[in-house]
Design a protein around this ligand. Structure first.
Ligand code: FES
Length: 254
């Protein structure tokens, strides 16, 4: 690792795979010059522009908000647009970047997220308001807003889904991302299909399938807690009838 003032060279080891010509994924090393501010995404862009135009990856916002640049860096799922290269270099000045694990590789860093989105659709992530919508605004208590706050911050990057060992073995599992969103809708006093949602997440591929390994918490770049949301869902599912009745009463006051 050669240094020059604040810049230095770093080796980015990237997993490459083109299913049209490669039998299996392989690692390829690229040497780049980085400064303390160079992000991993910057390095990938540099490599694509100057060394390997075939390098394929997703990115869009560059501000950790669109969720498209999630990858596996040194064995840990993360967004690469808000992670600096320097923070992840090993003693040899090297960093290893792979696609999100347990998902089919389309090319290089691009994975097929079909199962991820299918499970998300399955839990109906949209709000379903009651038919008798109040003429003025829905009213919520500060406590209710606080309970929903964290789940709203999810950017659907797939880091938690790909880190989950249950989804790795069983793509019919709803998954931490969708269960987190389900908890958001189920606890939202404006939603009217609470019973249907609780039945869905109580099935064989729902909240009870989680092994509570906490990989989703470790992987989340937004510091969210899908495991806690799943635990909340389990508790609500056990008292489903009482919770649904309370919801109906609550909606009368909105
Ligand atoms: S590019 Fe949008 S989250 Fe990284």
């Amino acid at each position: 690792m050669a240094t020059n003032g604040t810049s230095k060279t770093a080796v980015i080891r990237i997993q490459k795979f083109n299913p049209d010509k490669d039998k299996k994924p392989y690692l390829k090393e690229y040497t780049v010059t980085v400064t303390p501010d160079t992000t991993i995404l910057d390095a990938l862009e540099e490599i694509k522009a100057t060394q390997d135009g075939t390098l394929t990856f997703r990115r869009s916002c560059r501000h950790a908000i669109c969720g498209s640049c999630a990858m596996n860096v040194n064995g840990h799922n993360t967004l690469v647009c808000n992670q600096r290269v320097n923070a992840h270099l090993d003693k040899k000045g090297m960093i290893t970047v792979r696609p999100l694990p347990y998902l089919p590789i389309v090319k290089d860093m691009v994975v097929d997220r079909t199962s991820f989105w299918d499970q998300y659709q399955r839990i109906k992530p949209w709000l379903v308001p009651p038919e008798d919508v109040p003429e003025t605004e829905f009213r919520m208590t500060p406590e209710e807003v606080k309970a929903l706050n964290d789940a709203e911050k999810c950017i659907m990057c797939g880091a938690c889904y790909s880190a989950c060992t249950v989804t790795a073995m069983n793509k019919s599992y709803i998954g931490p991302h969708a269960l987190l969103k389900a908890s958001l809708r189920i606890q939202d006093p404006r939603d009217s299909i609470t019973d249907e949602r609780l039945v869905e997440i109580s099935g064989a591929d729902g909240a009870y399938r989680c092994h509570t390994i906490f990989n989703c918490i470790d992987a989340c770049p937004k510091n969210l807690n899908p495991t806690q949301a799943i635990e909340t869902l389990r508790k609500l599912a056990q008292k489903r009838a009482a919770y649904v009745d309370a919801r109906k009463e609550r909606q009368k006051t909105l």
